[in-house]
Structures are given as C-alpha cells and as structure tokens.
Ligand binder design. Structure first.
Ligand SMILES: N[C@@H](CCC(=O)N[C@@H](CS)C(=O)NCC(=O)O)C(=O)O
Length: 327
C-alpha cells in the first residue's frame, strides 16, 4: 500500500465523524419515522379565498412568494400562467441562503428580509417550517395559505373575474374524483416519493421508496400511451402536479436523490408528455433549470457535501417536437 494513503485509523475516524454528522443533518433536513422514511410536516395556513369571506378575490391584493427551484411553488406559477392571472397576482421570487437554510428576499418586502420574518409577521410565535409557496394577503398582512395543493385550486377557480382564460377549468367537477385519485397516488409515490428516496436514511427505506416511485411512473407511462393527459384529453391539476416533479427528474432527482432506475427521457411516453406540458403557452417561462440545479445541488449539503453542480442533460430536448396532440 502506498504511504501517501491515510492510515486505516484516519479512515475509520473520518467515516465515524462523517456518518454521525450526516445522520444528525439528515434528521434535521428530513424528519423521519422509525423505519427511516421521510415524513413531510403538514402545512399550517389553510384558508380559502372566496366572496363574502375574510379573503375575497381582489386584483393585486394577494401575492405569491415562490422559490424557482421548488416543485411545490412551481405548481402555483404554472396555474397562474395558464389562467392568465399575471396582472392579478403579483409574484415575489425568494432565494435560498445555503448557510442558514432559509429563503431570503432580494429586497426588503413588508419590512421583512426573509421568509421566517414574514411568517412571524403573519403569526407571531409561529412554530413550523418557513416554506414556499406562500399566498400572502397584503391588506391584512397575513398568510392566507401555504399549501400548494390548496393554492392551485384557489387560483383555478376563485379569480375567474380577473383571469384572461376564464373558461379553462383545470379541476372540472366531473373529473374531480379521478383527479383526486391520481393526486393521492402521485403525491405519495412521486411528488413526495422522490424526497422519500433522496432523504432515506436506511437502505431498506430507500429501496421501498424507489420501488414505489418507479411502479407509479411505469403505470403512468402505460396510461399515457392512450391518454394525452392523465384524465384523458383535458389537462388537469393532476398533470400540473406531476409536471413540476417530472421537469426536475432527470436534472436533479435522478442523480442527487438516486432515483436512478430510469430517466424520464427513457420512457416511451413520459418524455413526450413532459415536452407537451412544457410547450404549453407560458409554461416554459415558469421553468428555471439553473435555479433548480443551484437550489438542490447547492443547498442540500448532506447529499452533496462538495457542492459541485453537475452539467445537466441538453435542455433543448424539452423544446423538441412531439406528437401528443394526435392522441
Ligand atoms: N406542503 C408544502 C411543501 C412546500 C415545501 O416543502 N417547500 C420547500 C421548498 S421545495 C421549502 O420551502 N422548504 C423550506 C423549509 O422546509 O424550511 C406545499 O406543497 O406547499
């Protein structure tokens, strides 16, 4: 053995110190249950926007706080764009501060410098995560809702009087049971599923989550052979919720989260399905590959201690032609 290699005691010490630190950091990053599965904490602000309520629909009153890397925030941007609500709901983009692990503002907003301060302004003494997206009421200075699944339902239906595309209903009553069924499956195994894979703290938690993820992706790929979208010819909220995870898949989840059985581009239908939604008017403008790479590879320290941001697959593949309109 070469003398320049560290002695086995140094290697053992290094492994012990690193593994202990990794476990400590992972348990803070990703709260887990006894079997090591990642458990996402529930969102705490769950109000609705509705006429004759504390939060009636108004132009310019409500603001969306989003991080461009975040798949949950991304959902809200896609629905805002597809409904044509750009003039009604202003957006504030926040940026990750890697040392503190919080979202910070580029310029002071509502007298706050970061998301923790905004949450404390909304509810002094708030205890919980300081997540995006946030739907903020600039009139009463509070958070109306911080759950993306709720916010996209609100944007789809509660601002129609101001929307450019009023007739577009992404959650039509006749499809709601089917949409809800897809949402339930896709949330657990795909949207949150990729996090369960990436944040797994044991081999068995990793393998189980990975298996569940790809079982659902295989099933969706089959459905998409005969359906343009998950529920048929109509784009729905279920597609948008899936889209923001698929958009990040080959770029970050495949490598950083070890979701590496297969890429989306290797599937028969999922690759074109991703392109189809990406190419809908306005959607590409909500997609920011560089921020996605920076936020995941640059900020999830325990998963990427060296901080190297890899070169990603050719992004022009997203603009390539597809034939999904013929299905
Ligand atoms: N349930 C939330 C989850 C949002 C979420 O986890 N956002 C992440 C960014 S991708 C976040 O802001 N994390 C900051 C933290 O946990 O402190 C939703 O869907 O709106």
């Amino acid at each position: 053995m070469s003398k320049s290699l560290p002695s086995k005691y140094i290697v053992q010490l290094g492994k012990f110190v690193w593994t202990t630190m990794w476990r400590t950091m992972m348990s803070q990053l990703a709260p887990s249950n006894k079997s090591g599965d990642y458990v996402r904490p529930p969102s705490q602000f769950r109000n609705n926007i509705a006429r004759d309520s504390d939060y009636p629909p108004e132009k310019g009153r409500y603001q969306l706080f989003v991080g461009m890397g975040c798949p949950w925030a991304h959902r809200t941007l896609v629905v805002r764009t597809l409904k044509g609500l750009e003039a009604t709901i202003p957006v504030s983009v926040v940026y990750p501060s890697s040392d503190e692990g919080i979202w910070v503002f580029e310029t002071t907003t509502e007298g706050c410098k970061d998301m923790p301060q905004l949450y404390q302004l909304a509810q002094p003494g708030y205890q919980g995560r300081y997540t995006v997206p946030v739907l903020w009421d600039s009139k009463t200075k509070t958070i109306v809702n911080n759950e993306s699944a709720d916010i996209i339902v609100i944007l789809n239906s509660q601002f129609n009087e101001f929307a450019t595309y009023q007739e577009l209903d992404l959650y039509p009553p006749e499809l709601q049971p089917e949409i809800d069924q897809w949402n339930e499956k896709i949330y657990h195994t795909v949207n949150n599923g990729v996090y369960k894979v990436g944040f797994a703290q044991t081999q068995s938690a990793y393998e189980t989550a990975c298996q569940e993820l790809f079982t659902t992706l295989d099933q969706i790929d089959e459905v998409l052979a005969t359906n343009r979208y998950l529920c048929g010819k109509k784009l729905t909220l279920a597609d948008i919720r899936l889209f923001t995870t698929l958009f990040r898949f080959d770029i970050v989840y495949y490598g950083l989260f070890k979701c590496s059985r297969r890429r989306i581009q290797d599937y028969t239908n999922l690759g074109d399905y991703l392109r189809d939604i990406y190419q809908l008017p306005g959607v590409a403008d909500t997609c920011d590959i560089e921020s996605v790479k920076r936020d995941y590879y640059g900020n999830l320290f325990p998963l990427n201690p060296g901080g190297i941001i890899p070169i990603s697959p050719d992004p022009t593949s997203l603009t390539a032609l597809h034939q999904r309109q013929n299905i």
